[in-house]
Design a protein around this ligand. Sequence first.
Ligand code: ATP
Length: 392
Amino acid sequence: DISRTAEHAGVPVYLIGGIVRDLFLERPNEDIDIVVEGSGIDFANHLQADYGGSVKIHENFGTATWHHPSKLSIDVTSARVEYYDRPASLPDVELSTLNEDLYRRDFTINSMALCLNPDIFGDLVDPFKGQSDLRSKTIKVLHNLSFIEDPTRILRAVRFETRFNFLMDKQTESLALNSMARMKDLSAHRIVEEMKRMFKDEKPPETIRRLFELQFWQQFGADDDIREESFVHASRMDMVYDRHPHFQSNKISWFDYFVIPFYHSGKSHLAKTFALTRQNNKFLQDIRDLTEIDGWEKTEGVGDFHRFLKDFTDDAILFFISKEHFENEDIIVSYVEKRHDIPPILTGEDLIQQGLKPGRQFREILMELDVAVLNGEIKTKEAALEWLDKYR
Ligand code: ATP
């Protein structure tokens, strides 16, 4: 127990940040951060000496992570203050006291510490009245330059607003609006890191809408007038995934939400800067190509969709059919579900035995066979061979 180690190490030790907030909110949080008024690295070594496990030292930051054998891990920091030499850059680190550590944090609700030393166990250090803001469900910065120092905090504010059903106070909101233009000074990488966290968190459609209110998307070429359709698109996408057990809503990639405002402003190409993986790029390409293919919306059989959609990924198709009300939504979703296990009734080998020559026609025959199988027109090998006659 950390308390005992704190006592015999003879240093003040505090639980700090998000974990304190979540204790008050009675929400689970596995990220345990403690801060030591002394050397964090020494304290992590003390924990290891007392309870085993292992210590990983992050020399540059003067911090350490103690991994307990039970898989619990605790980040140990020295009370410190960070100086921002350039706005929108990563901070430098220097040793200082607990209050200064709290002062460099983002919001009052995240700037509380609970003492773990036995003599004053549970004492709350709350210089910015975070507890009172928790009660009034308010996100509030600690000082007026907060968002200038680090514009990603605006995105963090939105994440906490949405997750906890909180709101920024007036002053914080107007600071956010005034600093939003600085978002463009950030690297794509830093924005992506925040977007991933936001869109893996609760209620992504609300996040999209709130980011419109705060002029975030507008920095990247989207206009106010697509706010509602973007919100509706994201909500429909959630519903499509939710309604079909095959696609669990938590599988929707952050990127699929992120692209929505770009897509509706006709500027999907601008999202390319933020595409990290081959899948992200394929997704962008797919949704563009889907917009251009013609006539397929009127197709009726499950299998017939295969002709149009076989080369598109599941998430691109589900994104596309969520953008507006789609009469054929159920059939398309059912196609997307079924296409992953089409029974292989005939193989290439079978076709060769039937005297057909490998090549383009081959692929086409196998594709048409899949169409017929998906449509339920062909169920057995005999039926397939008979069907094949027309190609001979
Ligand atoms: P979550 O519950 O989503 O993990 P969190 O606040 O608990 O959020 P982190 O994002 O890991 O977890 O941050 C831990 C703490 O570090 C925060 O509570 C906050 O006090 C501080 N912090 C994190 N990012 C910033 C930032 N950009 N500026 C200032 N303080 C920050």
